[in-house]
Design a binder for this molecule. Structure first.
Ligand SMILES: *[C@@H]1O[C@H](CO)[C@@H](O)[C@H](O)[C@H]1NC(C)=O
Ligand SMILES: *[C@@H]1O[C@H](CO)[C@@H](O)[C@H](O)[C@H]1NC(C)=O
Ligand SMILES: *[C@@H]1O[C@H](CO)[C@@H](O)[C@H](O)[C@H]1NC(C)=O
Ligand SMILES: *[C@@H]1O[C@H](CO)[C@@H](O)[C@H](O)[C@H]1NC(C)=O
Ligand SMILES: *[C@@H]1O[C@H](CO)[C@@H](O)[C@H](O)[C@H]1NC(C)=O
Length: 472
């Protein structure tokens, strides 16, 4: 009886109080029509429609085993109802409606072992947001969407569900109000349905970390004009990046890394002036880069390691003034490190390791005050390392110049504390080779300690996490 809320009591006060309120509780869902139209003393509604409430119970039964929700919370939207993970909002019709459901994260209802995806959520007409995190784990289940529905759903987030398999159904396009669609870290397969392109209200689309294959539909990019964030990373998508990407004028974050995309970056990318984050690492993309790339005046992160680019390192990248991270490792770039890179005043990370770069290190790089991670190892750079002691101290072990046979440091510079991997200029050749060996050994120890030098695939997720935080 303690769960009888003030609302129930108030609502049923025109009847014999005790008798009816117990009826409302024990046979909440269908049997007590008298309880529907009740109002609280303030005049706000407490009742839900029977059909909506019944749908909600069926959803809970498919997903949660925390408790028997029918019994423990017969009136989920009533003020004072202790139903975690649910949000109700009073509608214009004078009733309460379920507007948000949240499963799997702490404090919200946990998911039972045999939880399956409850398509019935799409029959909750007022539901605006639904979240399922780490919910479908052992019973394979798929994202199924009824063909005809009227839904107000603006945000659907299914994340980290190892048993969510099958493909993304084309009927997803009937979720017309969707603004945020997150289907990340599941086991989704098949291709990306073209029909997603008709979800013109979408602002964020995240399908990362699945097993999606096939081409990126060209329509996807021409249709989603309001998209600010597109993440298709860590899938098995192939073919080129559609030129229609140039129509996504609101795009701020683009992540297509770790797929099998081929061809060159389409020139139309240069039209996306709002872009601040671009990650295309670990694909099969080749050069050249779009000539108009410097038009991306808001670009802060350009992350494109591990692609067979095989072009001269373009000096125009030095015109991307806002760049904070530039990662172009392991991609067959050749030629000198352009002097223009010294103009990137906000650069914190420059990764150019494992390319075919020649010439000497531009002294201006040493003047970049925000730089804290510089990796130029495994190239063919030559000459005297132009960095002063303060720069070397500041970067410490985040500076790596190893495996450039032609580089050396002035003997006056103390490199003890760094990971330079570079010998002294001139002087005793025994000393410089022994220093090199010693430093290489140190380096091997540290890289194997940090996961065998697996490089970008290990580093990137963490960084993306950070960028997601920063950007959205
Ligand atoms: C569940 O789906 C995965 C991925 O599609 C598949 O490999 C696995 O065999 C399925 N398990 C069962 C029990 O069907
Ligand atoms: C560099 O960063 C600072 C601080 O975040 C910012 O105020 C400044 O506008 C940035 N400079 C450029 C060229 O983006
Ligand atoms: C290296 O030392 C020589 C002679 O001591 C000096 O002339 C030269 O400027 C130094 N170079 C750098 C890059 O510090
Ligand atoms: C630089 O890159 C090399 C080659 O990928 C890697 O082994 C090393 O750990 C990196 N060093 C730093 C300081 O990031
Ligand atoms: C080591 O010293 C020799 C002889 O001075 C020089 O030719 C060579 O370039 C030096 N190597 C490095 C890595 O500094």
């Amino acid at each position: 009886m303690t769960i009888i809320s003030a609302a129930v009591v108030g609502a049923c006060s025109c009847f014999l109080l005790l008798a009816l309120s117990s009826a409302c509780v024990s046979r909440a869902a269908a049997a007590a029509p008298g309880c529907e139209r009740r109002r609280t003393a303030e005049g706000t509604t407490a009742g839900m429609e029977d059909a909506e409430r019944e749908t909600l119970f069926l959803v809970m039964e498919a997903v949660s085993s925390d408790r028997d929700w029918r019994v423990s919370n017969p009136d989920p939207c009533a003020p004072g109802s202790s139903w975690p993970g649910i949000e109700c909002t009073g509608g214009e019709d004078g009733r309460f409606h379920v507007t948000r459901l949240d499963f799997g994260t702490p404090l919200n209802p946990t998911c039972k072992k045999a939880a399956t995806f409850p398509s019935r959520i799409f029959s909750l007409p007022y539901l605006q947001s639904a979240f399922f995190f780490d919910c479908f784990r052992s019973h394979n289940t798929s994202l199924s969407i009824p063909p005809v529905l009227t839904t107000a759903l603006q945000q659907l987030s299914l994340k980290s569900n190892p048993a969510l398999t099958g493909s993304i159904p084309p009927q997803i396009s009937s979720l017309r109000s969707l603004q945020v669609l997150t289907l990340s870290q599941n086991r989704l397969q098949g291709s990306i349905p073209e029909s997603i392109s008709s979800l013109t209200s979408l602002v964020h689309l995240d399908l990362s970390y699945n097993s999606l294959s096939g081409l990126i539909p060209s329509e996807l990019m021409s249709g989603l004009r309001n998209l600010a964030g597109l993440d298709l990373s860590y899938n098995s998508l192939s073919g080129p990046i559609p030129a229609s990407i140039g129509k996504m004028g609101s795009l701020q974050k683009l992540d297509l890394s770790s797929n099998s995309l081929t061809g060159a970056i389409p020139d139309s990318l240069q039209n996306l002036g709002a872009l601040s984050f671009v990650a295309l690492s670990s694909n099969k993309l080749k050069g050249p880069l779009p000539a108009g790339l410097p038009k991306l005046g808001n670009l802060q992160y350009f992350i494109m390691d591990d692609n067979p680019m095989a072009i001269e390192l373009p000096s125009q990248l030095g015109r991307l003034e806002k760049l904070q991270e530039l990662r172009l490792a392991n991609s067959g770039y050749w030629g000198p490190i352009p002097e223009t890179f010294s103009r990137l005043a906000n650069l914190t990370t420059l990764s150019l390791q494992n390319n075919r770069l020649t010439g000497s290190i531009p002294p201006g790089l040493g003047d970049l005050r925000r730089m804290y991670h510089l990796n130029l190892s495994r190239n063919m750079l030559r000459g005297v390392v132009p960095f002063d002691a303060a720069f070397l101290r500041r970067l410490g072990r985040n500076l790596d110049l190893s495996e450039n046979a032609g580089l050396c440091v002035n003997s006056s510079v103390d490199t003890e504390s760094t990971k330079l991997g570079v010998g002294m200029c001139g002087g005793d050749s025994h000393q410089n080779t022994s220093t090199m060996l010693q430093q290489q050994q140190q380096q091997q120890q540290t890289t194997s300690g940090a996961g065998g030098g697996a490089g970008p695939p290990v580093l990137l997720p963490a960084m993306w996490g950070l960028c997601r935080l920063l950007l959205f």
